[in-house]
Design a protein around this ligand. Structure first.
Ligand code: SF4
Length: 180
């Protein structure tokens, strides 16, 4: 497995549950993931971080392949009630913060990165979509599902955990990277 110098030690300071460095060669991408976005997410079609604003699925897949590898990781959060969606979603910001920190670390190691995480972008109070271009394209992270990525399939392939039981939540990000 390719190593990123110091990543193990750096990641250890955060509640990262597991991580793997994966190849993008056989990234599982399926249109059905986007169908779920369209049918079940109120953010669909409202930001540049969501479909269809992120671009056609095949464009997104090809873009991912311009990065040969990615750091795929999960963080764990505890909630009072795992069925309380609002409470669960509140724990997402901590995951996003960790994603930003790891991304920054990788950039400082000289890697060119692109982040896919859990967000539909909430940087601006009102998204510029669709009238104007994204105001912060370097800071905005589309979510994995917007790119059609089948997260459970990566989890299974990599022999990672998808659910820990009890009142815990696992959040996932993929930081694609390449040498500059
Ligand atoms: S940074 Fe602003 S304009 Fe860009 S996707 Fe996020 S909310 Fe929309």
């Amino acid at each position: 497995m390719i190593q990123i110098p110091g990543l193990d030690e750096y990641i250890a300071q955060y509640p990262v549950y597991e991580y793997r460095i994966i190849s993008t060669d056989n990234l599982p991408v399926e249109p059905r993931v986007r169908t779920v976005c369209q049918q079940e997410c109120e953010r669909y079609g409202t930001t540049w971080a969501c479909p269809p604003g992120v671009g056609e699925l095949d464009e997104c897949e090809q873009f991912c392949h311009t990065y040969p590898r990615g750091v795929f990781f999960s963080t764990v959060a505890e909630v009072r009630d795992v069925l309380d969606m609002e409470e669960m979603l509140r724990t997402r910001s901590a995951h996003e913060e960790i994603t930003d920190q790891i991304n920054q670390y990788m950039s400082e190691k000289g890697l060119e990165t692109f982040v896919l995480s859990t967000e539909s972008c909430e940087i601006c109070e009102e998204c510029a979509y669709p009238k104007g271009p994204c105001r912060f394209p370097d800071q905005m992270h589309p979510c994995l599902e917007a790119y059609g990525i089948v997260v459970p399939e990566i989890v299974e392939r990599e022999k990672m955990e998808y659910y820990l039981g009890g009142n815990t939540v696992l959040w996932f990000s993929l930081i694609l990277f390449r040498s500059q």
